[in-house]
Design a protein around this ligand. Sequence first.
Ligand code: ZN
Length: 323
Amino acid sequence: MARPPWRAHTCLAALLALAACDTVTARNVSLDAGLLVDGAESSDGTIVNDRGRTREGSGEVELNVGRLASAAAPNRNEAVGFGQNRAPRRADLPWTSGGGDRFFLSLGDQLRLPATVWIVQGPFPAQRDHAFIAALNAVVIWSRERMGTMLTDFQIKDATADPDIDNALLNSTGGDNRNWNDFSTKIGFDAKRINIYWINTVEGSTTTGWSDFGARIVMGKDTGDELLVHELGHAFSLQHPQGCGGSTAQFDPTNVMWPCSDSRAFLTEGQIFRGHFNPASTINSLYGARPDQPTAGCQGAGQTAECPALERRLWADGGYPAN
Ligand SMILES: [Zn+2]
C-alpha cells in the first residue's frame, strides 16, 4: 500500500533542514500500528497534541513523527499506540531538540476478558445461540476496530428453571435504578467477570438492553446481534455520543455507542482510549486487566493534553475519514 503523501512531506522537510526525523518504533505489532503523538515542534515550539501517524506492518514498525522537542507541562511528551488485535499503550517520550530521536512503544497483547451469560427467558437453546452470535459479533467488531479486547471463558448458563424467577426479573424496568442486586442474588453472579442476564423485556421492550456501567448487563429476548457490544462499551465506561436522532458531524448510527441503532460497527480511537484508560472502566475496575499501566480520567468528550477527543480517528470509520 502506498504511503500517504503527508509522510513524504514530513521527511522531505527534514531532509531540507539537514536533520533527521524523530521516529517511534512500535513493537509487538500484529497488522498495523497507529500513534497519537504529543510534544512540541522543534522549529518554533508550537505545541503538538495528538499528531496522528499510521502504518501497516507486523513485529517492529517504525513511524516518522516529524521533528519534535520537549513541551512544557501541562503539555505532554508521549505517544499512545493502537493496532489491530493489540491493546493500546502509552509511552513517555523525552524528545530532544536536536532531531533524530528514536524511541520505542510496545503495544499490549489483546486483553482476554471472561464473561457469563445467564439465560433467564427461554427457550434455552434458541437464546443460547442468540447470546453466542451476539458475543461473536462483539469480538469481530473489537478486532476490526482495534479495541484490543477479546472474550475468553465465555459461559452461557441455563437459568430458565430457576425458582426465584418472577415477573419483575423477566420484565425489568427502572433504567439506571433497576434492582440490579435482584439479578445477582436471585439468578446468580460470577465474580471478576461481566454477568449478562438475558431476560424477556427491558423497559417494556424485547429489543432493549441496559448496563450498570459495571459487572451487570440485562438484555431483552429479541435484541439485535450488535447490541451486546454496545452494552459492553458502557461497561468500559463509554457514554452515548449524543441522544437518539439524526447524525452529527462526527457520529452516526454506525458507531457502536450510538443509542438507537441496528447498524453498530465502529469505534473511534478516542473511544478506545477511554475504554482502556478510564479508571472506572471495568477493564481496570473489575478485571484489573492492565496492571502497572497508566490510567487517565477522560469522562468528557473533549480533547485535553492527556485525552484525545472522543471523535478522534486514526483510521476511517465507514463514511467518517481519519481526522
Ligand atoms: Zn446505551
